[in-house]
Design a binder for this molecule. Structure first.
Ligand SMILES: NC(=O)c1ccc[n+]([C@@H]2O[C@H](COP(=O)([O-])OP(=O)(O)OC[C@H]3O[C@@H](n4cnc5c(N)ncnc54)[C@H](O)[C@@H]3O)[C@@H](O)[C@H]2O)c1
Length: 328
């Protein structure tokens, strides 16, 4: 099949492109950043003809970080919701058969009573969660024949372009480098956790296996855990010390059952693993690569926020230059 992957230079995108190519598929990636099989472009600048001739699109590009801080809200909305809307409109125009969207469990952040199910009404809280819920709604009501939204838990694991701001990755790195694992506040907030390898296999299947027309939702997580229980498990496995930090922000919390549309589930022989298994797996991946991983601060989410702000300024400067050169 001929598959387009947006966000192909990212944490999920890079191993997804490798997996699709290994499966014999032809892949064209689009990303702001350089990567194999990737055209460097802002997905918001794509035009209809860029989507012609593909059997499916996996749309991962966007601001993938949900800061408790709000200075990225406009960028998040524009990249994640408006960017997706434009891509879906182009897909409809060219008659693209299948669109797979990178949704997130964080659309359920306001559903505090019960773990979210496929039919739970999303109640997003953060700008990130709202952008994902809105983009998902646009996809669900579009005319694209096969529409798939994968609501993923927080991913863990290394991969070729690791995200060290994600909670279990950050805890593992801190345990190995500092001998300490940090918990902000009491750590009683919940997270659904998901292995990178399973996320990648699910995307590859969503893009390529036979699926009947319609809208297919998939809630994917290996297990739900509180932040303090996750930290305790990392400490147990590594011998690191658990350190509580004072925290006055709003801790993000959500829980979700692992559930999916039958058509996709049947193609994946996946057994979710528990938290203990995930912690062991992530530790052994990090152990092999620890020397090659970049230095990060005690709170890698702040490094990530810095990076997004830098990218935001660079994008703005780039747009200003282009609109300036068009005017002159
Ligand atoms: N990693 C997780 O835990 C997780 C969980 C749920 C949902 N998601 C979603 O899955 C997708 C991929 O996540 P990831 O962890 O690989 O993130 P990532 O940040 O590593 O990758 C996103 C990629 O998109 C690119 N990008 C951003 N804006 C772009 C634009 N306007 N044009 C072109 N490229 C652009 C970035 O350069 C980056 O390479 C994201 O949409 C994210 O919101 C991720």
């Amino acid at each position: 099949m001929r598959v387009m992957v947006t966000g192909s230079a990212g944490y999920i995108g890079m191993p997804l492109v490798e997996t699709l190519i290994a499966g014999g598929h032809e892949v064209v990636g689009y990303d702001l950043q350089k990567a194999p099989h990737t055209r460097q472009v802002d997905i918001r600048d794509l035009v209809e003809s860029d989507l012609e001739g593909f059997d499916s699109v996996v749309h991962l590009a966007g601001v993938s970080f949900a800061p408790e801080w709000t200075d990225t809200d406009d960028l998040i909305w524009d990249a994640n919701c408006e960017g997706t809307r434009r891509l879906i409109e182009h897909a409809e125009e060219v008659g693209l058969p299948r669109f797979v969207f990178a949704s997130s469990a964080s659309i359920f952040e306001g559903n505090t009573d019960e773990p979210a199910r496929l039919d739970t009404r999303p109640m997003p809280v953060s700008a990130y969660g709202r952008s994902k819920a809105s983009a998902e709604r646009i996809l669900r009501s579009s005319t694209i024949p096969v529409r798939i939204a994968l609501r993923k838990g927080t991913i863990c694991g290394l991969g070729p372009n690791p995200r060290l701001d994600l909670v279990l990755n950050a805890m593992t790195l801190a345990a190995m480098r500092r001998g300490q694992v940090f918990v902000d506040g009491a750590g009683t907030n919940n997270r659904p956790m998901l292995r990178l390898s399973r996320a990648v296999r699910t995307y590859a299947a969503a893009a390529t296996v036979d699926i009947p027309p319609g809208c297919h939702l998939y809630n994917i997580c290996d297990d739900n855990v509180t932040i303090v229980d996750l930290a305790t498990e990392v400490c147990k496995h590594t011998g690191a010390e658990l350190v509580y930090r004072e925290y006055t922000g709003r801790p993000r919390s959500y829980v979700m059952y692992d559930e999916g549309s039958d058509a996709l589930l049947e193609s994946l022989d996946e057994t979710p693993i528990g938290i203990e298994g995930m912690v062991k797996e992530v530790y052994s991946e990090f152990e092999c690569s620890i020397d090659s991983l970049p230095q990060v601060s005690a709170d890698p989410r702040l490094d990530r926020l810095d990076q997004i702000n830098r990218e935001m300024r660079a994008q703005k400067a780039d747009k200003d230059t282009h609109s300036g050169s068009k005017r002159s």
